[in-house]
Design a protein around this ligand. Structure first.
Ligand SMILES: Cc1cc2nc3c(=O)[nH]c(=O)nc-3n(C[C@H](O)[C@H](O)[C@H](O)COP(=O)(O)O)c2cc1C
Length: 196
């Protein structure tokens, strides 16, 4: 199975990256894993031009930047893991811009607003310095609504809060990665996909 991880922190070896790497190592034992570090891509948020709504079977975004390649990788994945720190109670700008670019995947002018990634399996990993309830609540809710809009299937959402430095994550690094791998293996949609 193809797993695409989308890394939203500009700090590649920070808290989010450290946990994500532990997950990727475990997943790579049996699956193909591709990492997208958003910091390496040059793209903007949605312009609201609605060019994408003039076509029904492809994203058709009017912007000619690296966002097209990111969306192509997401479309090709069986599972997409979005990994992000909390910035100002929200997503960092790069992750927010990518969420906006997902707009091209739902054809809202057509009856039933078909989604080009309907049924796609997704996970969310969040890290934050404050408590989960006070700091990550808006990110969790935004992600839930966005994935509902896209008609994706959420396998799990994980928050690692009260972060200081990657070294001080201690057992939480391995435990969170294990939890993600466990939930993935136990998900009925994933099991069905694995059986072909
Ligand atoms: C610009 C900026 C804004 C932040 N805003 C918040 C916030 O609103 N709430 C919070 O709990 N932590 C906030 N943090 C802390 C990070 O979410 C936290 O340290 C996170 O684990 C960093 O992940 P990273 O090491 O992968 O970049 C912020 C950090 C930065 C740099």
């Amino acid at each position: 199975m193809k797993i695409v991880t989308v890394m939203g922190s500009p700090r590649l070896t920070g808290n989010t990256g450290t946990i994500l790497k532990a997950f990727e190592r475990g997943a790579a034992q049996t699956h193909e894993v591709e990492r997208i570090n958003l910091i390496d891509y040059n793209y903007s948020g949605c312009l609201g031009c609605d060019t994408c709504q003039e076509v029904s079977d492809v994203p058709g975004c009017g912007l000619e930047d690296d966002g097209t390649a990111i969306i192509r990788s997401i479309l090709a994945a069986d599972l997409v893991v979005y990994a992000t720190p909390v910035y100002i109670w929200s997503f960092p700008a790069g992750m927010k811009a990518l969420m906006e670019r997902h707009f091209a995947l739902v054809k809202s002018r057509l009856p039933g607003a078909p989604s080009l990634i309907a049924g796609k399996l997704v996970m969310l990993l969040v890290t934050c310095k404050g408590t989960a309830i006070e700091s990550a609540d808006l990110v969790l809710e935004t992600f839930k609504r966005e994935m509902d809009y896209l008609d994706c299937t959420t396998v799990g959402r994980y928050v690692v809060d009260s972060t200081t430095s990657p070294n001080e994550l201690g057992e939480r690094r391995k435990d969170t990665a294990q939890m993600m791998l466990h939930d993935l293996a136990a998900n009925p949609a994933w099991i069905a996909l694995s059986r072909g």
